[in-house]
Unconditional design. Structure first.
Length: 351
């Protein structure tokens, strides 16, 4: 069986590493990795392949940045050409990026079966480009791997129960696997001269970065917080944030690798983010999270205030930082840490 895995952004590299690790113990499965080049600088792309031991991509489209239409169009053209050449049995897609929806459209038009990892997520906010990507990809996929029962319910409500399978979350697999590596050699993944206590932040979604009032609110909230705030800066956010007055307690650092990020989450007092992936990583690692959005796809993380939704209201952000540590352990809503094995077994059963 031949699978073409389409990836292009940091969260997809992490998920692909988990799946590829399982595929490599199945000699009857040939995986072809197609990197669209959506994340293209060293710290956003190359570093992840190196430290996660992902096989070198067979193809790299080098698409880079651009508007949604330009980026997706270039991806469609390149992915189609490679799928025609490789003639895979399946196209495997991850998450909700432009790489995801481009892969789904290209494969479906060529009548190549599509499988979607992390299917069924819904924010019910169609202003988000990610929400459109999810809906389109799920609708035209042939096999939907749902990470939670909430995702299963969403897909069932959309009439897709017959192609939906609950697998658990491959990100949970990943965090468990790499946390063990970090704990064996914590110094190898530590950033030097960290404050004794700090908050970890990430800001990259267009709903914040494209709206100056939201960015201003977030920075005003950070200015009032009693902790240093460490912000690994996304290239796009770096350009935008330079237009604002940076709080003295906000420390901008270059993007970090996946294991360094997990290490930072483990050490942080709390996490402030608009990233879906970081919400889960914080939850899995036992660090409370503050979500700088009006909703979350990962409603399971809201259990016992492990995750608190504040949007960008300064008073809500400040209050959430002051909340006591959660009293109850995280739920087991994301499976048992064997999602990748379940996904590959479903592939083999289908073929």
């Amino acid at each position: 069986m031949k699978i073409v895995s389409v990836i292009g952004a940091r969260p997809q590299f992490v998920k692909a590493a988990t799946i590829s690790r399982v595929i490599r113990v199945h000699p009857d499965i040939n995986e072809v990795i197609l990197h669209t080049g959506q994340h293209y600088d060293k710290n956003m792309s190359r570093l992840f392949f190196e430290e996660l031991n992902i096989p070198e991509p067979n193809y790299n489209l080098g698409v880079g940045s651009g508007s949604h239409a330009i980026q997706t169009g270039r991806m469609l053209e390149g992915i189609e050409e490679i799928l025609i050449k490789e003639k895979p049995d399946w196209t495997l897609l991850y998450g909700d990026t432009n790489s995801t929806v481009a892969g789904a459209l290209a494969a479906t038009k060529l009548h190549i079966p599509v499988a979607h990892v992390e299917a069924g997520l819904r924010s019910f906010n169609r202003i988000m480009p990610e929400e459109i990507n999810r809906i389109v990809t799920d609708r035209i996929s042939d096999l939907l791997f749902a990470p939670t029962e909430t995702a299963v319910t969403n897909l069932r409500n959309e009439g897709l129960a017959n192609v939906t399978r609950f697998t658990g979350d491959v990100m949970y697999d990943s965090v468990l696997y790499y946390r063990e590596i970090i704990e064996k050699d914590p110094g190898a993944y530590s950033i030097q001269d960290l404050p004794k206590e700090f908050l970890l932040a990430t800001i990259h979604r267009a709903e914040n970065t494209d709206h100056p009032e939201n960015m201003e609110n977030i920075l005003n909230a950070i200015r009032e917080l009693p902790y240093p705030v460490l912000l690994p800066i996304h290239p796009r956010t770096k350009k935008i944030i330079s237009k604002f007055h940076i709080p003295q307690n906000l420390h901008l650092i270059e993007p970090v690798g996946y294991l360094e990020m997990l290490s930072l989450i483990l050490k942080a007092q709390k996490v402030l983010t608009d990233s879906g992936g970081l919400q889960k990583e914080a939850y899995f690692l036992g660090t409370p999270c503050i979500t700088l959005r009006t909703e979350t796809e990962w409603v399971e993380t809201l259990h016992d205030n492990w995750n608190t939704i504040t949007a960008t209201a300064p008073e809500k952000i400040i209050r959430a930082v002051q909340l006591p540590f959660p009293k109850h352990a995280q739920s087991q809503a994301f499976g048992n840490g064997n999602a990748a094995e379940i996904i590959i077994s479903l592939f083999t059963e289908t073929c």
